[in-house]
Ligand binder design. Structure first.
Ligand code: CMP
Length: 140
């Protein structure tokens, strides 16, 4: 099966709680290759642009505030079927619904502060990777 790429974000709560190392290790244990990685403090405008698809939702202002409240780690991962496999590893958006052993079940404290993001489709992955990384920052 040919490899895919996806974008993950370790969110401000994951960074503040000291979960970065554990989460990256979990990616590597699944044989997701880390192809690019940055630590960033998003401006409210950058966070709003990234989550523009949710702009009509009631939680959008809180989401933008939260995502720009502290540093995040943005990561490009590559593996066969990585879009779906990352979503499985993360667990449900609401940590109360997330399966045992998933990242959100282990580390998330609320539906907003849910530790980690993963692209929801190959098309979103392409857009989200290019939101944070230029072509010259991405290996072939
Ligand atoms: P993520 O998978 O990054 O995609 C959109 C984010 O919005 C989601 O994770 C949560 O952080 C947040 N979110 C989704 N639904 C809600 C909700 N009902 N209330 C608050 N935040 C939400």
């Amino acid at each position: 099966m040919s490899p895919q790429r996806t974008l993950s974000i370790i969110k401000p709560d994951g960074v503040a709680q000291g979960n970065v190392g554990d989460i990256l290790k979990r990616f590597e244990e699944k044989e997701f290759q880390i192809k690019a990685l940055k630590m960033l403090l998003l401006s409210p405008q950058q966070a709003a642009g990234f989550y523009a698809v949710h702009r009509e939702r009631s939680f959008f202002p809180d989401l933008v505030r939260y995502m720009s409240s502290g540093t995040v780690v943005v990561v490009v991962l590559e593996a066969p079927e990585v879009v779906a496999r990352l979503r499985e590893l993360m667990g449900a958006t609401d940590p109360k619904q997330a399966a045992e052993g998933t990242l959100r079940r282990l580390y998330a404290t609320s539906i907003e502060k849910n530790v980690v993001h993963g692209s929801d489709s190959r098309e979103s992955a392409r857009k989200e990777i290019h939101y944070f990384f230029s072509d010259s920052e991405l290996p072939e």
